[in-house]
Design a protein around this ligand. Structure first.
Ligand SMILES: NC(=O)c1ccc[n+]([C@@H]2O[C@H](COP(=O)([O-])OP(=O)(O)OC[C@H]3O[C@@H](n4cnc5c(N)ncnc54)[C@H](OP(=O)(O)O)[C@@H]3O)[C@@H](O)[C@H]2O)c1
Length: 278
């Protein structure tokens, strides 16, 4: 079986450090792709209400025949549902779409600072965790000031902060802040959606360890301690991205990849992003 290590979250829940991302997996493909990922060995799936594919992800889990408790499933609150009652209703809709009676991790997807409702959304997630329908709760795209506000105004500390991290955006300050607060960092777009894969330094390290650029970039994230869930719609690349636990990068190779940082995002800056779906 899988050699993927677990990370211990601050509420005692274990999460597989490597999972499978489903952003941009079309709803009609989600069951098939999820099933392929589970057959390859992934036991951690990352979806979101705004991806529109929860129904297919849940169907893929059932099609695998695996016991529900062997698979860690994360979903995330729609940006347009930060009010308490809206958040609770949206969570119910997620359970319905997934066909589950609980999720493993539920996240506030974006802070949307100009809308100023993320504290209310976080309190709604705390209610959901208290009644056991989410085994853990966390946030995504939260910066230090957003996390400080939760710490000042709420009792529950997020189990994770899911943020954009890859060799061109190493996020050292925010990752250190998360660690200090007992919050596990999840690195989204760990391949920078493919942009880092032809970087000469990445290619050089890949040649040196006889692995692919994607494996080297994911291994770098794993050795830094982050939780990752690369997305691919190709079974060959899905298997490649899962095969990370029989080699190591040296300190020098780790440092060379970290030195590629140029604070370059592939997605929006959470301080300026306030979009809600219509
Ligand atoms: N919380 C948030 O706001 C947020 C935002 C973005 C993403 N996420 C989560 O993070 C997950 C991963 O991020 P992401 O999907 O944006 O990007 P990513 O995993 O960094 O990159 C995915 C892209 O890289 C390609 N790729 C994957 N494996 C490859 C390989 N071995 N060789 C060459 N190309 C490869 C994929 O193409 P093919 O499909 O053709 O293989 C796809 O275009 C998402 O799926 C989602 O679950 C969360």
């Amino acid at each position: 079986m899988s050699t993927v290590p677990n990370v211990l979250l601050n509420n005692g829940v274990l999460i597989p450090q490597l999972g499978f991302g489903t952003f941009k997996v079309p709803p009609e493909k989600a069951e098939e792709v999820t099933l392929q990922a589970l057959e390859i060995g992934y036991r951690h799936l990352d979806t979101a209400q705004m991806y529109g594919n929860e129904r297919g992800v849940g169907a893929g889990v059932r099609a695998s025949g695996l016991p529900r408790e062997e698979i860690f499933v994360t979903t995330k609150l729609n940006n347009g549902r930060h009010g308490r009652d809206q958040a609770l209703a949206a969570f119910d809709a997620s359970l319905d779409a997934l066909g589950f009676d609980y999720v493993d991790l539920f996240l506030v997807h974006w802070p949307l600072p100009a809308r100023d409702q993320y504290v209310e959304a976080w309190r709604a997630l705390a209610e959901i965790a208290a009644d056991g329908r989410a085994r853990a709760i966390g946030v995504s795209n939260f910066h230090q000031e957003h996390l400080r506000r939760l710490a000042d105004e709420c009792e529950v500390v997020p189990a994770v902060n899911q943020i954009e991290v890859h060799p061109y955006l190493t996020q050292d300050a925010l990752r250190a802040f998360d660690a200090e607060a007992g919050i596990a960092t999840e690195a989204w777009s760990p391949l920078a959606r493919g942009r880092v894969l032809d970087d000469p330094v990445v290619v050089q390290v890949a040649d040196a360890v006889a692995r692919t650029p994607s494996q080297v970039v994911l291994r770098w994230a794993i050795q830094r301690g982050d939780i990752v869930f690369p997305k691919s719609s190709d079974p060959g690349r899905m298997a490649e991205n899962f095969d990370l636990f029989d080699f190591d990068l040296s300190e020098q190779q780790m440092a060379a990849i970290s030195a590629l940082n140029r604070d370059e995002r592939t997605g929006p800056n959470p301080d300026e992003f306030n979009w809600i779906p219509q």
